[in-house]
Design a protein around this ligand. Structure first.
Ligand SMILES: Nc1ncnc2c1ncn2[C@@H]1O[C@H](COP(=O)(O)OP(=O)(O)OP(=O)(O)O)[C@@H](O)[C@H]1O
Length: 265
């Protein structure tokens, strides 16, 4: 499934936030969006999962324009992790995950054996299998995030739009979740703050700055000391890691390394 955005513009209260954004994610591609706070990453993703409506521009899933798709049709194709894990769901974990099955069901149709297996497997994948009966409300921030990930896995969509899907997770669970998502082979567009995680998992990266796409390319093209400095105003040492063969970014904060030398791969 291919995701495509053409010339998208969006304003909050007449203040233009997204300016002529065009991007695409090919079938099975894992694409990251990076950029500083306030650059427009979440606003862009909210337009993609219909929490916001663009002022102008088009969004296509395969060749179909969003305008021509019903909400339920989109939910069968597109899974979303927004920034909503603070939602006050007063339900057992397994029922939150079961919500992921609803786009595939008729009104009032209950979960069958296959749904139950899908829900159980999704919880196992995020290592929450033993917490199925717990109340979502009383989980930690990271546990809630893993439940919402299980919900999106249970939805079994070919395309995923993710807004910082692991920002509450410890490093074990960050890697675990990205491994699971990568292993799905789905079409993925994800906002990612951690540049080293983006380097490890992304096929391509879009860099946002001031509501525009500043640059795009492979992690090797994008994650250079020069671009990182232009976008985030920090010094870094960037090398290719001998084991992972991916770019690896080491941050050189001013207070500690004010004479730090920059290297560009
Ligand atoms: N509801 C809103 N009303 C008005 N302005 C908003 C609203 N939500 C976000 N903004 C503004 O839109 C701009 C883009 O915000 P957005 O949340 O998309 O940035 P971001 O790149 O996701 O940032 P972060 O890295 O901090 O999550 C910011 O200047 C923000 O203040």
């Amino acid at each position: 499934m291919k995701l495509q955005v053409e010339n998208l513009n969006f304003s909050y209260n007449h203040q233009k936030i997204l300016k002529d954004i065009s991007l695409h994610v090919a079938n099975g591609e894992f694409v990251g969006i990076i950029g500083p706070n306030g650059s427009g990453k979440s606003t862009l993703l909210k337009n993609l999962y219909r929490a916001l409506t663009p002022d102008s521009g088009s969004i296509y899933l395969d060749q179909q324009n969003y305008r021509d798709l019903k909400v339920k049709e989109i939910a069968k194709k597109l899974g979303v992790i927004g920034q909503d894990n603070a939602l006050p769901f007063d339900f057992p974990v397994k029922e939150i995950v079961a919500m992921g099955r609803s786009p595939h069901k008729k009104l009032f149709e209950g979960d069958n054996k296959e749904d139950k297996e899908i829900i159980e497997n999704a919880l196992k994948k995020v290592e929450m299998g033993d917490m199925a009966e717990r109340n979502y409300l009383y989980l930690s921030g990271g546990e809630k995030q893993r439940v919402l990930l299980a919900r999106v896995l249970a939805q079994q969509t070919e395309c995923l739009v993710l807004d910082e899907p692991t920002n509450h997770l410890d490093i074990h669970h960050q890697l675990r979740i990205f491994d699971v998502i990568k292993g799905l082979g789905a079409t993925v567009l994800s906002a990612i703050h951690d540049l080293n995680i983006a380097a490890l998992y992304c096929d391509r990266i879009y860099v946002m700055k001031d509501g525009t796409i500043y640059k795009s390319g492979t992690p090797e093209d994008i994650l250079t000391s020069k671009t990182i400095h232009e976008v985030f105003n920090i010094k870094t040492d960037v090398r290719r890691h001998p084991v992972t063969k991916k770019v690896m970014i080491t941050y050189l904060p001013e207070s500690i390394f004010n004479k730090g030398e920059e290297k560009v791969v």
